[in-house]
Design a protein around this ligand. Structure first.
Ligand code: KG4
Ligand code: ZN
Length: 362
């Protein structure tokens, strides 16, 4: 079965052709980084306009690269939630128009759930994981908009066990990168700096948020604020104003300190994630559920430190790890087409009343 996937939830216009849920025949991503760089973040209205311009060329390129004509497509899939409403609208309208004009089924999927699928995508000719070996699974999505843990029974039966109560991890990365004076996009630049030779990842004592002893939720605002104070000092510290000796202002933000703070932040961020994964796994096991797999996805799974920590956690916990290839960590349409195949197999589909929705399904 050949599925054409469309993704426009944020600032990437993407189209992909995927066979039987795993073979990626094409994955085309048109990034809008150049448009948003000068604003230091995504400007929703500019994103929607760029999607309008890029949508048809991207779909065309995806079909041509795959060597598939529109009549050979068996279904059209689209990420219809969550995301920026104007951006989603463009992808949903395009998917509906294609499905209607070609007389093919339409499948709307949740973008965050699709991130969980990204680690199963394979280039044609490579071996994909057998579906039967995936479930039950523990899932982790760490992106610019979401940080969530899931229990998955199948691709259509999943439960969110915890999520961030403030910033998403990618958002925290981007903000901390700004605090360190790094250019947009912050996450990848911070990661690069943290990997520089000689980086000391213990130059500050940063908080690893636990919330309550059993909580599976995340909070990154304390970590972000701690980084701000490491860089600028504590502005309302009373001793600061009285110039008392027990207040030590932070060292100057030299290139070396930036590098070390980046590495220290990265270590704390990764530890926060694995701590909650450990908790989630032990809670699932205590309730008689034995996950065999760890499914991961989202832009921050491209992070070098997190990839190492996830590998170590999965090994120690006896879980098969599905870590997406770097090209499938960030937003793409192959993951949309891939998970949509399983929705179709489970008898799920959408009709032309499908609407864009800003929030995730669960
Ligand atoms: O999944 P994604 O493309 O978009 C959303 O669905 O949100 O994730 C984008 C996020 C951005 O915050 C970006 O800074 C972060 O992923 N990111 C990284 C890395 N690569 C992308 N964060 C840390 N290290 C990286 N290597
Ligand atoms: Zn995403």
């Amino acid at each position: 079965m050949i599925v054409l996937g469309i993704e426009t939830s944020c600032d990437e216009t993407a189209g992909a052709v995927v066979r039987d849920g795993v073979d990626v025949l094409s994955s085309v991503v048109s990034s809008q980084h150049d448009i948003h760089t000068k604003f230091g973040g995504v400007v929703p209205e500019l994103a929607s306009r760029a999607h309008c311009e890029n949508m048809l060329p991207v779909v065309d390129a995806a079909l041509r690269t795959a060597g598939v004509t529109p009549d050979k497509v068996d279904a059209i899939a689209v990420g219809h939630r969550p995301g920026l409403i104007g951006s989603l609208l463009v992808g949903v309208a395009a998917a509906k128009a294609l499905a209607w004009s070609l007389g093919k089924p339409l499948i709307g999927v949740d973008h965050v759930h699709a991130h969980l699928y990204a680690g199963l995508l394979a280039d044609p000719g490579t071996t994909a994981s057998a579906e039967s070996k995936v479930f039950p699974a523990l899932g982790l999505v760490v992106s610019g908009g979401h940080t969530s843990i899931y229990h998955l029974k199948s691709w259509t039966e999943l439960k969110r066990l915890g999520a961030t109560i403030d910033d998403a991890l990618g958002e925290a990365y981007d903000k901390v990168a700004t605090i360190l004076g790094l250019p947009y996009p912050g996450g990848p630049n911070l990661d690069k700096l943290a990997q520089a030779t000689g980086a000391d990842e213990r130059v500050a004592d940063l908080p690893i948020s636990r919330l309550s002893p059993t909580s599976l939720d995340f909070s990154f605002s304390g970590l972000k604020t701690a980084m701000l104070y490491e860089v600028r000092g504590v502005p309302d510290h009373p001793a600061h104003h009285r110039a008392e000796s027990r207040y030590t202002p932070p060292p100057p933000l030299t290139d070396t300190r930036k590098r070390d703070l980046a590495a220290t932040f990265q270590r704390a961020a990764a530890k926060t994630i694995t701590l909650k994964l450990e908790r989630a796994l032990s809670q699932l096991r205590d309730s008689g559920i034995q996950p065999s797999t760890l499914l991961t996805g989202g832009g921050v799974t491209a992070n070098s430190r997190l990839r190492q920590e996830l590998g170590a956690f999965a090994k120690a916990s006896n879980l098969r790890l599905h870590l997406p290839a770097l090209k499938y960590c960030v937003d793409n349409a192959a993951m949309i087409a891939g998970i949509a195949y399983h929705h179709h197999q489970a008898g799920r589909g959408s009709d032309l009343s499908l609407e864009p929705v800003p929030t995730t399904a669960c």
